[in-house]
Design a protein around this ligand. Structure first.
Ligand SMILES: [Fe+2]
Ligand SMILES: [Fe+2]
Length: 156
């Protein structure tokens, strides 16, 4: 599907939640756009706008997942949100460094996408998808209890 990050129908597990699945496709298509720009020599011209678009897309998507995790009381959400924060920080750093529009930033951005996106889709997002397929649309009471209710002092 997306040569940029070696994707990978096996890694891209559908959650069954249309908004989440559509956002994943959008992010993968963005990664592909960078890959095409890099191979056609236009990455320097587009990297600043690209990072802005990636930051917005990620903010929307990560927020969607985090609201679902809260609503359905996903008990692994502290670790999952930590991974989201890692991505937010990385993209913010890349954006801050991209002012002059440089090829190294394009490479660094692709490295981030390869290093974070695929493992995240294959790991935490697959786990969340399994959980949501089981619980989405059912009464929240059927989901697992909130970590804070069980004495876990993690992010609640
Ligand atoms: Fe996620
Ligand atoms: Fe995701």
């Amino acid at each position: 599907m997306c040569p940029a990050v070696g994707l990978f129908s096996a890694a891209f597990a559908l959650s069954g939640i249309s908004s989440v699945d559509a956002q994943h496709v959008e992010i993968l298509q963005l990664a592909d756009k960078l890959h095409v720009a890099m191979t056609s020599g236009t990455a320097m011209m587009m990297i600043e706008d690209f990072l802005q678009e990636l930051e917005v897309c990620l903010a929307i998507h990560l927020g969607t997942e985090e609201r679902l995790m809260e609503t359905f009381r996903f008990d692994r959400r502290t670790d999952h949100i930590r991974e989201h924060d890692r991505a937010r920080d990385a993209v913010a750093r890349l954006r801050a460094a991209s002012g002059a529009g440089s090829m190294p930033i394009a490479f660094d951005t692709m490295e981030f996408l390869r290093g974070w996106l695929r493992p995240h889709l294959e790991g935490p997002d697959r786990e969340l998808g399994d959980f949501l397929r089981e619980h989405y649309g059912k009464p929240v009471e059927s989901a697992r209890p909130l970590a804070i209710e069980t004495g876990d002092v993690g992010r609640a």
